[in-house]
Write a protein that binds this ligand. Structure first.
Ligand code: SF4
Ligand code: ZN
Ligand code: ZN
Length: 323
């Protein structure tokens, strides 16, 4: 992400609401501008509130943070460590070219190396499984890189969390990510996704709980946190993200927000409220029966191999049984 907004803002004479010092960020939706010191105190408080409000995890639980090397995941790891949680990192090297994967891994490793006690596990897709995402997409013509990537990441994260005895997987999804996905799902009326999009996805046997502690923070806030904290993250987007619909939806939502402050919160919290308080998207369908994959043992909806194992076994289309 470009830091131009940040630099231009720093030049403006806006005061911290708490101490009167020079503000580094002005959060219009909260009517709050803060200096660096107070912003670094404010962010973890918001995250701690979200963890408590949505009952993500308790103080003694072990958390596995999905660390891409970008601002959100590194900020999340930093905040969880700062709040005193036992949080380890998992980085998946996706084998994406133009130096993207190599640099992402280097950022994740540098972050961990600078913090004693921050354990990082790296899974190199090409080395451990035989191909990175671009190669997999070429092998599986008809499957988009991002759809393969999502499935591969979910599988590896779940496997690492279950085998490592972690209580939850934490991802760095922020409010902008969530509302972009929500807009996409709403435009398509993807009811099954609308029924599941939440700050917490409870665990099931063989499936680790998934949590999104940054869900109430905006992208510019996580970027500002990383910058003020001096976290060295990868600025570039993954080359496969170029032209992604979600980036376009983020732009549209930011335009809506400019016209009407608080639109993003209203949209996202409205979904949670509609579902929990009003019973929207509630399905009376029977719970889908899960089977252990014949190869890896992870739960899958169809008997036989799970989508991940079929992918490497050279199976046909992977449209069922994704975990
Ligand atoms: Fe994976 Fe696509 Fe994201 Fe790149 S943009 S990391 S390929 S999901
Ligand atoms: Zn201040
Ligand atoms: Zn499997």
């Amino acid at each position: 992400m470009s830091s131009s907004w940040w630099l231009s803002f720093r030049g403006a004479d806006v005061k911290c609401k708490l101490c009167g010092g020079t503000a580094v960020i002005n959060m219009h939706q909260h009517r709050l501008s803060l200096c660096g010191e107070h912003f670094l105190q404010w962010v973890p408080v918001q995250v701690a509130r979200a963890i408590k409000k949505y009952r993500m995890f308790g103080p003694d639980e072990r958390i596995l943070v999905a660390v891409s090397g970008g601002k959100d995941s590194l900020a999340l790891w930093d905040i969880l460590l700062g709040l005193g949680y036992h949080a380890d990192g998992l980085h998946i090297n996706l084998g994406v070219g133009n130096g993207y994967s190599a640099e992402s891994q280097a950022r994740a490793e540098a972050f961990a190396a600078a913090r004693p006690g921050a354990a990082l596990r790296v899974v190199d897709l090409a080395r451990e499984y035989g191909a990175g995402i671009p190669e997999l997409a070429r092998m599986r013509r008809g499957r988009k890189a991002c759809s393969l990537c999502g499935m591969v990441k979910r599988h590896i994260m779940n496997q690492a969390a279950c085998s490592g005895g972690y209580d939850a997987i934490a991802t760095g999804h922020n409010l902008d990510d969530e509302v972009a996905v929500l807009l996409q799902n709403t435009l398509r009326w993807s009811v099954s996704y609308l029924a599941r999009q939440a700050p917490v996805l409870p665990g099931e046997p063989g499936l680790a709980r998934k949590v999104k502690p940054l869900v109430r923070l905006r992208e510019r806030e996580t970027a500002a946190y990383a910058l003020v904290r001096g976290i060295d993250y990868i600025y570039d987007e993954c080359p496969h993200a170029e032209g992604a619909t979600t980036l376009f939806y983020k732009e549209i939502l930011s335009q809506l927000e400019t016209r009407s402050r608080g639109t993003k919160e209203m949209f996202y919290l409205g979904l949670l409220d509609a579902r929990e308080q009003q019973g929207a998207f509630r399905s009376d369908d029977e719970k889908v029966e899960m089977h252990p994959c014949a190869r890896c043992g992870q739960p899958t909806t169809a008997p036989g191999l799970c989508a991940f194992c079929r992918l490497w076994a050279g199976g046909t289309k992977d449209t069922q049984g994704e975990v």
